[in-house]
Design a protein around this ligand. Sequence first.
Ligand code: ADP
Ligand code: CDP
Length: 207
Amino acid sequence: VTVIITIDGIAASGKSSVASRVASKLNIPYISSGYLYRAVTYLVYVSQIDPSDQEAIVAALHTHPLTLIPKPEENEVWQGEENYTPFLHTTEVDLTVSEIARHAAVRTWVTEQLKDLPPPFVAEGRDMGTAVFPHAHHKFYLTASVQVRAQRRAKERPEDLESIQAALEMRDREDRIQSKPAPDAVVIDTSDLTLDQVVEQILKGVQ
Ligand code: ADP
Ligand code: CDP
């Protein structure tokens, strides 16, 4: 099948876990756009660029190109010879990524990295079904209550539950513009579902 499946949704709603499982069931690649936004943020951090300086960020992307490598289990992002992947899911990146992702030039750059990828694939993020792949064949949008999302994320971060929930609420606010579901997306509230149940629902929808 030469299909494009998009899975968008809010922070910690389950996008990347679900997308990688759906893709592996279908034996097709999965693409995480969030990894690219996170990698730009890490590049800004190591280059000591002011996060509000859009021009400097774009210049850094030219001198230090980032490459997304879609792998079946997890994606990787490399900057030249350096594997950025282990540094992308940290509290520091979580705190600045929304500000970086709001720059129009950064969104254009990420969109350009993704839009010519050859189907089939599953792409996950915020605007895969709206801005990047509006012609996708199957679109899904994941949500969950902030309490459930904070509990899930607490298993992956050293911080306490309250600060994780506060950080998610902040990102919900800062990401809301690019996080609108596509009008033709199937919305799934994952609060009371297991990962397997969400995956099953999506697989049913695409077959
Ligand atoms: P996102 O990509 O939307 O940020 P993740 O896929 O990273 O979300 O999921 C965040 C965490 O929540 C992961 O540890 C994942 O295993 C867990 N998780 C995701 N969806 C579910 C679910 N439906 N039930 C239980 N745990 C889930
Ligand atoms: O799921 P979570 O929000 O934790 O992480 P992510 O999907 O890796 O996205 C990290 C950040 O990148 C988001 O908070 C957004 O600011 C940005 N992002 C975006 O703007 N558009 C996308 N398509 C994907 C991510």
